[in-house]
Design a protein around this ligand. Structure first.
Ligand SMILES: Nc1ncnc2c1ncn2[C@@H]1O[C@H](COP(=O)(O)OP(=O)(O)OP(=O)(O)O)[C@@H](O)[C@H]1O
Length: 313
């Protein structure tokens, strides 16, 4: 599909995924807590969270595998939470550990899926090719490595060329080469075929490389969403020290900055990062000039832990 056609397909299209205050409660456990998010067609949206954050539960609700206890979920315009399964033929998914018929070969496993979906012959060969499974096509699934089993599972999710792919931890169990391969494949699907990808992961660095938008989920709550393109700005912050940090904090807060940090004052946001001179002038005028002013770059892990830590506070 060319870029114009892709843009036309995306323009005015309903969000590929939309949740409105969707929640899932198991007794006293709130697995997903009023999550509202929207994923535009062609985006690669990554739900990032620690173990137990609620990723799988949210994905299962999107796929209609479990019903929310509150709110709603829509997939390709269909109200999944209301029981509408009409988007099904346009969705591919991979949830939990990959499963395959162990005694059937890779090709036979895919032929079963193709037959169930009433797909034309030839589809299986294409997907085998696309996922670099050709050398293993005639191997029984039980003899596959974990990585190849995962690749077969992805092939099953892709065999009907879905518009939306929903993947729970898609690179789990893959070696570094496998991770790169899957990343390249997913990025290509989104870029060249306009496929929307909604995935979950706890692998921060991987997500940062692949996703166009990232949602951080913790204890069931969506704490923050950032565009991958803007991630760098989120990672940068201005660190300021003065001889009277208490007074400086008050001056900065009054000027609309949001000073953070226990020791040196930390300012985030483009205004502070792009105009440290403005911050310096402001503090100098108020009689507490900076003795140290530094734009620092936080590493991804530290950033994630800070967001999650703020969510716990
Ligand atoms: N069927 C269930 N019954 C009770 N509690 C559940 C059930 N399913 C999930 N939970 C709880 O809901 C919370 C979220 O679980 P979920 O599996 O969605 O997290 P996750 O982010 O996918 O974690 P992981 O990365 O470990 O798979 C956890 O506290 C979990 O114990």
């Amino acid at each position: 599909m060319n870029t114009d056609a892709l843009d036309a397909r995306r323009a005015g299209a309903a969000p590929a995924v939309r949740t409105t205050a969707v929640s899932k409660r198991y007794g006293d456990v709130v697995a997903v807590d009023e999550v509202s998010l929207s994923v535009e067609p062609g985006q690669i949206y990554a739900l990032l969270g620690l173990n137990g954050a609620g990723k799988t539960t949210l994905i299962r609700m999107l796929l209609g595998m479990i019903a929310p206890t509150g709110g709603s979920a829509e997939v390709l315009g269909a109200h999944v939470s209301g029981g509408d399964r009409s988007a099904w033929p346009r969705v591919g998914y991979l949830v939990e550990a990959p499963v395959a018929y162990p005694e059937l070969t890779v090709r036979e496993n895919l032929e079963v899926v193709a037959r169930l979906r009433r797909l034309p012959s030839g589809t299986v060969g294409e997907v085998i090719d696309r996922l670099a499974l050709t050398p293993y096509a005639d191997r029984r699934a039980r003899a596959l490595s974990m990585g190849n089993l995962q690749r077969l599972a992805l092939a099953k999710a892709l065999v009907h060329t879905p518009e939306l792919l929903v993947l729970d931890e898609p690179v789990n169990g893959l070696d570094p080469a496998g991770v790169v391969e899957i990343r390249t494949l997913l990025a290509g699907l989104a870029r060249e075929h306009g496929v929307t990808v909604f995935l979950s992961s706890h692998l921060l660095a991987e997500v940062a490389r692949l996703a166009t938008r990232i949602g951080i989920i913790h204890r069931g709550r969506l704490l923050q969403e950032v565009d991958a393109a803007g991630l760098e700005a989120h990672l940068r912050r201005l660190s300021v020290s003065t001889r009277d940090d208490t007074a400086a904090r008050a001056v900065l807060a009054a000027a609309g900055f949001a000073p953070q940090g226990e020791g040196p004052i930390t300012l985030t946001g483009t205004r502070a990062i792009e105009r440290p001179d403005e911050v310096a002038a402001l503090l100098a005028e108020a009689g507490c000039p900076p003795v140290r002013l530094l734009v620092e770059e936080e590493d991804l892990e530290a950033y994630f832990l800070r967001v999650v830590g703020d969510g716990d506070a």
